[in-house]
Design a protein around this ligand. Sequence first.
Ligand code: FMN
Length: 215
Amino acid sequence: MKKIIIIDGGPRKNFNTASMLQKFAEGARAVSNQVELKTVRLYDLYYKGCMSCMACKIKGKAANVCKFKDALTPVLEEIADADGLVLGSPIYFGDVTGQMRTFMERLAFPWLSYNDYSLTAPKRMPVVLIETMNGLPERNNSQGYGSMEPCIAIALGKPEHVVAYNTYQVKNYDRYELASFSEEAKRHYRDEHWEQDLQKAYDAGRRMAESLLQN
Ligand SMILES: Cc1cc2nc3c(=O)[nH]c(=O)nc-3n(C[C@H](O)[C@H](O)[C@H](O)COP(=O)(O)O)c2cc1C
């Protein structure tokens, strides 16, 4: 049995990011029932970012999984033992959500050696990074996973990206003060792209599951 952990870093249970992650899971599930999928919603958990406790760097007891105990601990331990990892986040002010960033601090700081600046995860594994945003492919402010991405690439493996642009931020644009968006233009873009975006997430799920079963 292979295990993929899906980390949902968005607050909304049934909106864009969650839908992309659900499609990823569907794609992986369609390949084989030998692939176990677990989705963790970060907004359901109460946890902190790296506490700088340095427990992961104590001489003779250095660890590449965070030692600080809170609701994130079992998630980090499960990732250490998983076969694939998917991170999904909406873009907020150009970055992934604070919740996702906080999670990634706890994930990656124990990988980092201050002896030689190497980055070593407990296990290498395929990674998919999913982003959803208002911006367009040709005009957006997304830094994506930012400075965490090179850490992930070195420690786990080069990630694959799946991005949904110009998403619907609300279901009904008439109800809110959102005058800088034309709902008509949004709808037009969505009609042309959203199903394809979901399909890209589904295909990424298939690819990850297939690659895990080959190895
Ligand atoms: C607090 C906040 C900040 C946002 N900042 C950006 C941004 O900087 N760039 C952008 O393209 N979209 C931005 N958006 C739009 C969301 O990224 C976009 O609607 C996303 O698809 C929402 O994901 P969700 O439907 O899963 O919640 C922002 C939305 C919120 C609520």
